[in-house]
Write a protein that binds this ligand. Structure first.
Ligand code: MSP
Length: 524
């Protein structure tokens, strides 16, 4: 039975360049959260897509000598493009929106007109500073050392006729939303928003442009195209069918349960988006979660800085699941983290090859070696030896759930690995090889191996949202049926039948030679 609906989104990506590991981080995290909710029994809508308009794309297309549409088509649909990457990374999105899709264009024109008709959009003159790479307007006071506060690059003077959205009108309501509800998380981002943007006075927002043409035309004022944030943010409702007839899930899924976004676009999602929705008279999303950046050498990865890491190369070399796992296990989701190849290889070796991989293969091998693959039903518990492992495994689902519900996938994984490490230690403590030598200890040996299988079952079934394919292999090796490997079964100890039969399988996470791998990666 469905536990209800759950609508979760990623930011829609600019297809101005191929995506890098930082984008992959955000989408993998959202995918793990979406899979987690599906596993719990929610009827999930997971949306991702691409944000295809704006001057940056117009300029890039001109440089490449193609039309903007040809340019984005290539990056989104082409070989090793955005869609290919999400397929490779096993991203389980239910829908993919492109802001150049006809239904979205039609809906944006309706939304823009509705905001205009209710008096929240008016015509004025835009004077300010513009950061081209970020497509952001800034006031003088927002600049940092005269440069873009987001990316640190040069900004340009800008002045043109433009439509404005009365963001200032919603300042008090938005402040109340931020300060007095748990709309925005982590909470540290609330102070950032209130102090940097609301307290200095919210200015009205420029929402149309006349100096480029690659955008959705304002249908009642030719020459203006909708400036990118109204176009981009509205994707979350147009993709459900708001303002169009392509889809019909708006009533079912809106308001969204959570928008997962990177920290530099929290401002748009937690101030502008609620204000737009208030103006349209629509319900607000339940939550915006602003995650940190994956950094390289202390700086944010970006194509223009040239310090990007190619997710295709890493996934193909080390496996999609290993890469997905590394991203979620290593970096606390709400803060920045420093990527390095060394950290990637070490995490694969320590957690996956040594701890999890070894536990699975030792356990399965011992069941085969000592009992021909099928455990006998006789048991002998030794509470002093078993209690800690059994207690940890039995309690895992609750602590994991708590962490996942608080958007802390790293902590959820840490809890699962406590069980895995404890199980490895339990092997050393109980020394099954010694028990196997003594005929009178067969029942004890069977108990030890059963406890190991149960610990693996519970931990690995909760790792499914992070490593779907590898965990499926673990499931079949430990002889668990699908229904013994889901959310409900993860909350119970003793689910595998007493006479469970295991199946010897391939090594799931091979150990890597750190030095050799680092050299190979550096010489790519
Ligand atoms: N098009 C806008 C989003 C519109 S949502 C209505 C956009 N696109 S983006 O391609 O530049 O970035 C998409 C997401 O990727 C953002 O959430 C951004 O924070 C995230 N990341 C880009 N580089 C990143 C890292 N190095 N690390 C973590 N996330 C990063 O913004």
């Amino acid at each position: 039975m469905s536990k209800g609906t759950y609508y979760i989104t990623t930011p829609i990506y600019y297809p101005s360049d191929k995506l890098h590991i930082g984008h992959t981080y955000c989408t993998v995290a959202t995918d793990a959260l979406a899979r987690y909710r599906r596993m719990q029994g929610y009827d999930v809508m997971f949306l991702t897509g691409t944000d295809e308009h704006g001057q940056k794309i117009e300029d890039k297309a001109a440089e490449a000598g193609v039309t903007p549409k040809e340019f984005v088509d290539h990056i989104v649909e082409g070989e090793r493009g955005v869609k290919d990457l999400w397929k490779l990374m096993n991203i389980s999105n239910d829908r993919f929106i492109r802001t150049t899709d006809d239904y979205h264009v039609e809906a944006i024109q309706k939304i823009f007109r509705a905001l205009y008709d209710n008096g929240d959009i008016y015509k004025g003159t835009y004077k300010g500073k513009y950061c081209k790479p970020c497509e952001s307007f800034w006031t003088e006071s927002q600049l940092v050392d005269g440069k873009c506060p987001d990316c640190g690059r040069e900004v340009q003077d800008a002045e043109e006729e433009a439509y404005f959205f009365r963001l200032s009108k919603y300042a008090d309501k938005v402040r109340d939303l931020l300060e007095n509800t748990d709309f925005l998380e982590p909470r540290s981002r609330v102070n950032e928003m209130v102090n940097n943007f609301i307290k200095p006075g919210l200015e009205d927002l420029c929402v149309s442009r006349t100096t480029f043409t690659w955008g959705i035309p304002v249908d009642f004022d030719p020459g203006h195209v909708v400036y990118v944030w109204v176009d981009a943010l509205s994707n979350y409702i147009t993709a459900l069918g708001y303002g169009n007839d392509k889809y019909h899930d708006y009533d079912k899924f809106w308001p969204a349960d959570v928008h997962i976004v990177g920290k530099e676009i929290v401002r748009f999602h937690s101030i502008i988006w609620p204000a737009m929705l208030m103006s349209l008279g629509l319900p607000l999303p339940k939550k915006v979660f602003g995650h940190g950046w994956l950094m390289l050498d202390g700086g944010k990865m970006s194509k223009s800085k040239g310090n990007v890491v190619d997710p295709y190369i890493l996934a193909e070399k080390y496996g999609v699941d290993a890469l997905r796992f590394f991203l979620m296990r290593t970096f606390p989701f709400g803060s920045d983290g420093n990527f390095s190849n060394e950290l990637l290889i070490q995490t694969i070796n320590t957690d996956l090859a040594n701890d999890l991989g070894n536990l699975v293969s030792r356990t399965v091998s011992m069941v085969i070696k000592y009992f021909g693959g099928t455990l006998p039903a006789e048991r002998e518990e030794v509470p002093a030896e078993d209690a800690e492992l059994v207690g940890l495994a039995s309690g895992l689902r609750a602590v994991y759930e708590d962490a996942m519900d608080r958007f802390m996938p790293q902590n959820a994984l840490a809890e699962a690995f406590k069980v895995i490490s404890r199980a490895n230690k339990y092997i050393d403590e109980t020394a099954p090889w010694a028990l196997a030598k003594d005929e009178s200890k067969k029942a004890r040996l069977a108990s030890v191996l059963y406890n190991l299988l149960e610990s693996v079952r519970i931990a690995a079934s909760l790792l499914v949202p992070f490593m779907p394919e590898s965990c499926e292999k673990i499931r079949s090796q430990i002889g668990a049926k699908a229904e013994e490997f889901g959310w409900e079964a993860a909350g119970r100890y003793g689910v595998l039948p007493a006479d469970v039969t295991v199946v010897k399988g391939e090594i799931i996470f091979p150990r890597l030679d750190l030095k050799k791998e680092l050299e190979a990666l550096e010489n790519l």
